[in-house]
Design a protein. Structure first.
Length: 698
């Protein structure tokens, strides 16, 4: 009997479904999202797949799922009524934050309001020192009175974070027990030791509060999803994508919901790493362009770039120690994704100097771009691409959205042409180029700003709009090759099918990294203890691989670098290799290193993972190529390329022999544009490969 894996990714406009058979046949569905009940959109998409594979819902053992529910809860300020319980004297840690602000030349900049307001932040008498010794015992009377007060205030979530609890969680655990005895069962309560048992008071407090703030929302959403799936005949397990790129059981996600804050973007990057490596592309920059934002991430030697230095909720996100203060600190493992507000639905405007600007305002799903003919009047990037001839004027996504080219032309005239002497085509091409310039910041955010040259990487483009902009964007970055994978328009759902099942834990450490035998034994014992705990979480599953990371910094530094270690048997030789790797990574990331400066331990992290079985060579069901299917369309490629008659193809019309551009390749999930000075072909893994001419920077 044929086996199938199925995955669902919820976006703001569409819900994407991907289903993979044991022999590598990929089926996809793209249905409108249903914000009133997102599970309805998932079920609608799954039903479309079921009709095509002709199997019952009960045939699927697992549903792999990614969602932006936690992120949107923070962005829209729709989280739980959250209280913070902390050590006396530390009530305002969330207000004080760090000294950084995201915009240096804006003296009136206001930080975002804390997720736990001051009237819901409470102090308890207790105190630990950095070694976990009790300086002031826990006042249990304080806790009892506070529990009653929190109940009377009808808070929905409580975060508990005490000073130095990473070294000794006894006080936090005692408070957790007392609060659960008094507060209603539906009140979400979490302690920092369970969420982030690491140093740095602000980051640990902020992460714990984020966890509490999204907890009730995520729990309600996942409970509803499981219930709706069960009613529809699904009796398997729901596995959720974590921000770190691994899948986890829903019950564990409910206990620690902050782990899924960047769930959706992570899935596409995981798919790019797995499928890219299988096809021989191990050094990639992913480019994911959707309706509202464009995202980029770096994959080096087949490995994901993971960070724990992240902020969420401050508008555009970029993990960088140099750009902080705009959001809420989230110090959990997250795939390093840089994001800018430029997508297909991004609104076009002229600034005071008459210069075209793109985003971050978006037309959204409703009313959408002007060409959707649903009441939107503002010009967007999608309108420009339609006017340029890149999009099919008759339909988008195989007819799920009909486009009105006249509306797009009117909108661009209003936004640009009527206020300048620029022609319609040149205005549309200018919008396309400005969007590329904005998205270039996202790519540089994970490459140039990290000490990597984009020229050394291949771009892997996906998302509903990625294929239309990738070649032009890659040219500006002097990248020589673009890959557009199968199912690119629903690739975050596809990526879920190739993600590992994963569980990880971290532990704070302090002290200098030393080759002394006693210090080596201490580090070895800590790693082995953490490894045993992680393996227990996996419940004796087979095929487990263990990854270990040691976070190090120079003495006196405020941030760390994670260095992988392939064994928990720490010896003097292992430590010397760790030091060499740390110095090399510091040099590569920041452009310098310190000689003869002591290196400190900050934390260790151990992850246990199980890779999915099955092929990584996927293909679509396809249909026979017919000569009558070949079409042409006039498309504009700027003043140099001109308005030219452009062949319009399907993916299966390409083969291993390169075809000279211009070409437009239309699929159910998205469109790929091959400019005139590029060549395209299909590789052995059904990826569209676009080759560009690169400049000689010498």
């Amino acid at each position: 009997m044929t086996t199938y894996r199925i995955a669902a990714d919820i976006g703001g406009t569409f819900t994407d479904i991907a289903c993979l058979s044991g022999d590598g046949i990929l089926l996809t569905a793209k249905v409108p999202s249903t914000p009133h009940d997102y599970s309805e959109g998932i079920l609608n998409g799954i039903r479309q797949i079921i009709e095509r594979v002709d199997v019952p819902m009960s045939h699927f053992a697992n549903l792999l799922h990614a969602s932006t529910i936690a992120t949107n809860t923070i962005l829209e300020s729709k989280g739980a009524k959250t209280a913070l319980v902390t050590t006396r004297g530390f009530r305002d840690v969330l207000e004080l934050r760090r000294i950084r602000v995201p915009r240096l030349y804006e003296p009136l900049y206001c930080k975002p309001p804390p997720l736990a307001s001051r009237r819901l932040r409470f102090e308890i008498t207790e105190r630990m020192d950095p070694k976990g010794q009790v300086l002031a015992p826990l006042d249990t009377a304080d806790v009892g009175a506070l529990a009653v007060r929190l109940r009377d205030l009808q808070v929905e979530a409580v975060a508990v974070c005490f000073l130095h609890s990473y070294a000794n969680p006894a006080h936090e655990q005692a408070v957790l027990s007392q609060l659960r005895d008094v507060l209603p069962a539906e009140c979400f309560v979490c302690i920092s030791y369970d969420v982030l048992p690491e140093m740095r008071e602000y980051e640990r407090t902020s992460t714990t509060v984020v966890n509490a703030y999204v907890g009730p929302v995520v729990r309600r959403y996942l409970t509803t999803l499981e219930s709706r799936l069960k009613d529809a005949g699904f009796d398997g397990h729901v596995l959720m994508m974590q921000s770190s790129g691994g899948l986890l059981d829903v019950d564990k996600v409910v206990a620690k919901p902050a782990t899924v804050v960047e769930s959706g973007p992570a899935a596409g990057v995981v798919g790019a790493a797995r499928l890219g490596a299988a096809a021989g592309y191990r050094d990639l920059i992913t480019f994911d362009m959707g309706g509202t934002t464009a995202k980029a991430s770096l994959i080096q030697d087949g490995g994901l770039t993971v960070t724990d230095d992240y902020e969420v909720g401050g508008g555009i996100s970029m993990s960088s120690a140099l750009a902080k203060g705009g959001g809420y600190a989230l110090k959990l493992p997250i795939i390093d994704v840089s994001e800018v507000g430029a997508g297909g639905g991004s609104v076009v405007r002229l600034d005071a100097g008459g210069v075209i600007k793109i985003g971050p305002e978006s037309a959204g799903a409703v009313p959408g771009p002007a060409c959707y003919d649903a009441g939107g009047e503002k010009a967007t990037v999608t309108d420009a691409n339609l006017v340029l001839g890149y999009l099919n004027p008759e339909a988008l996504a195989s007819g799920s959205v009909c486009l009105n080219k006249a509306r797009a032309e009117e909108a661009i005239h209003r936004a640009v042409c009527d206020q300048t002497d620029v022609s319609l085509l040149d205005a549309a091409y200018g919008i396309h180029c400005v969007a590329n310039a904005a998205m270039m910041r996202a790519v540089k955010g994970v490459s140039t700003y990290r000490g990597r040259n984009p020229k050394d990487f291949t771009m892997l483009a996906f998302g509903g709009n990625g294929g239309m902009h990738a070649a032009a964007l890659a040219r500006e970055l002097n990248m020589g090759r673009v890959i557009v994978p199968l199912g690119a328009g629903v690739f975050s759902a596809v990526g879920l099918l190739f993600a590992d099942y994963e569980s990880g834990r971290s532990l704070a450490l302090s002290g200098l990294l030393s080759t002394d035998q006693a210090d080596c034994e201490k580090l070895k014992d800590a790693l082995e203890s953490l490894e045993r705990a992680v393996l227990d979480d996996m419940q004796e599953k087979s095929g487990i691989q263990v990854r270990r990371t040691i976070h190090l910094r120079y003495h006196g530094q405020g941030s760390e670098l994670g260095i992988a270690v392939d064994t928990s048997d720490i010896t003097a030789q292992t430590v010397n290799r760790l030091i060499e790797d740390f110095v090399a990574e510091h040099e590569r990331s920041y452009g310098y290193s310190h000689e003869n400066t002591p290196i400190e331990l900050a934390a260790i992290r151990v992850v246990a993972a199980i890779s999915p079985c099955g092929t990584t060579k996927i293909q679509s069901p396809g249909r026979a190529v017919e000569n009558g299917d070949r079409a042409v369309r006039m498309a504009y490629f700027g003043p140099l390329g001109g308005l030219v008659e452009t062949p319009v193809l399907r993916r299966d019309m390409l083969d291993t022999q390169p075809m000279q551009g211009p070409l437009i390749i239309e699929e159910y999930e998205g469109t790929t544009v091959v400019p005139p000075d590029c060549r395209a072909w299909l590789d052995d893994y059904n990826n569209i490969v676009i080759e560009l001419e690169t400049r000689d920077d010498s």
